[in-house]
Design a protein around this ligand. Structure first.
Ligand SMILES: Cc1ncc(COP(=O)(O)O)c(C=O)c1O
Length: 433
């Protein structure tokens, strides 16, 4: 048995089996360096998924690692009961780079907790309890986050918050109303008024949405979408939470946060994943009036604002700034998109190419006319990519989307390399009519 198989066997025996592993023969990684991962047998993989949209500035980035290790040697834990330099400096920086009047932060250890915090604040601020979320969304694995989740395959048991209603999303490739943008007049947005009127008491606490739906398969709404959506939420007296767990930290190109691409100011932002290049951190930021709405009860997070993870986040932000990775995400992202559209011309199985910046996806179909999801074929493609030594993510309600979110440090050379490997993998796999 090779070492990968040995580790996967132990994983199956001692870890919850609900934790799915990629590939028929899962890979056990031993080492990461820049854009590459190495498995326990020493095989190299080009990482175009960035460890689930998390490795923003490359694996074991030397600048970030050095700062984190120094901090680890100096002070590891105090809890939120004591202020520390790292947490306040990071919070100040985040108030500076976030849009609008977002100012006060709360740190946790995961995206799920970040979303829990935001919904708690939406409820305390408005004094209401009903929340809206989007279909095809993912919000995390806590009970509330599961209730917000709009993707059936990711909902375990029966999520228990009955106060969440799910709006149709702006999935233009598969419009829920069978229309086409822009002649659709964005019925997915106007329908939210109907959703509020018919499925809630009319007084909502707010809505949470990902600017680009990650697990949903990088579904990217039209440019007017969030302006109109947020107006409806505000008119109904609710607040708008932008879940930036996947779309933060420059990933969409040119701006720190994906929601800024739509020219709007959310009432809260949540994030995690790429914020500290892989260290466990969750973050919620709100306007001062929303942030100060918790009037009773003491609120703490044992690991929240840990000096090590906040140092990691600050080091990641500084690295992105120093190397102008926001511009790189725009430029290399545009190049990647162009190459993917080139592949689409040659491979009929690619029904749609979508995304923004260094967050791009291909949706696979068996027939471009019927748009039948190419489900087993996508699995074959993923396996063929593995054989090529290239890692990408799977997504979409039917698992027929391949997602790309490489470290923001990649350049055209890595894109050309990846595109060559994708081309060969697609040629090997089943093609559409
Ligand atoms: C958009 C979004 N929100 C929230 C989460 C939950 O984050 P975590 O897994 O850190 O709890 C995820 C995780 O994939 C996510 O993609």
């Amino acid at each position: 048995m090779d070492k990968n198989a040995e580790i996967a066997a132990k994983h199956r025996e001692y870890l919850l089996p609900s934790q799915m592993m990629y590939f028929k023969e899962p890979i056990a990684f031993e080492r990461g360096e820049g854009h590459y991962l190495y498995d326990v047998e020493g095989r190299q993989y080009l990482d175009f998924f960035g460890g689930i949209v998390t490795v923003s500035v490359g694996h074991c980035n030397p600048d970030v690692t050095e700062k984190v290790v120094n901090q680890y040697r100096t002070l590891q834990h105090t809890s939120t009961l004591f202020p520390n330099r790292q947490i306040v400096n990071l919070a100040e920086k985040l108030a500076e780079i976030t849009p609008g009047r977002l100012q006060q932060s709360f740190f946790t250890s995961s995206g799920s907790e970040a979303n829990e915090t935001a919904v708690m604040l939406a409820k305390t601020y408005t004094g209401r309890s009903e929340m809206l979320a989007l279909r095809h969304s993912y919000s995390g694995r806590t009970a509330l986050a599961q209730s917000l989740c709009g993707t059936g395959t990711w909902r375990i048991n029966e999520p228990n918050a009955t106060s969440v209603k799910h709006a149709h999303n702006a999935y233009c490739y598969r419009c829920p109303f069978g229309k086409e943008y822009p002649s659709c007049d964005m019925q997915c947005v106007t329908d939210v008024k109907e959703l509020i009127a018919t499925t809630t008491g009319g007084e909502i606490a707010g809505m949470i949405a990902e600017p680009i739906q990650g697990v949903g398969g990088f579904i990217t709404p039209p440019k007017e979408y969030f302006k109109e959506l947020i107006k409806i939420i505000h008119d109904a007296g609710g607040v708008f939470i932008a879940d930036q767990v996947q779309t933060g930290w420059g990933r969409t190109g040119g701006k720190w946060f994906g929601i800024q691409q739509w020219g709007v100011e959310p009432d809260m932002i949540t994030s995690a994943k790429g914020m500290a290049n892989g260290l466990p951190i969750g973050w919620t930021i709100a306007t001062p009036e929303v942030a100060s709405s918790i009037k009773k009860g003491i609120h703490l997070a044992t690991f929240g604002g840990n000096p090590v993870t906040t140092t990691g986040a600050m080091a990641t932000i500084e690295y992105i700034e120093k190397h102008d990775l926001l511009t790189n995400a725009t430029e290399t992202g545009a190049y990647l998109r162009n190459q993917l559209e080139g592949l689409q011309e040659r491979h009929p199985i690619i029904g749609d190419v979508r995304g923004m910046g260094l967050m791009q996806a291909m949706e696979f179909v068996t027939d471009r006319k019927t748009k039948e999801p190419a489900i087993p074929q996508t699995q074959q493609i993923l396996e063929a990519l593995k054989d090529e030594g290239l890692l990408m993510g799977k997504g979409g309600l039917h698992g027929n989307v391949i997602r790309m979110s490489p470290p923001l440090t990649i350049g055209k050379t890595e894109v050309d390399d990846a595109i060559g490997r994708v081309d060969r993998a697609l040629t090997k796999a089943v093609t559409a009519k």
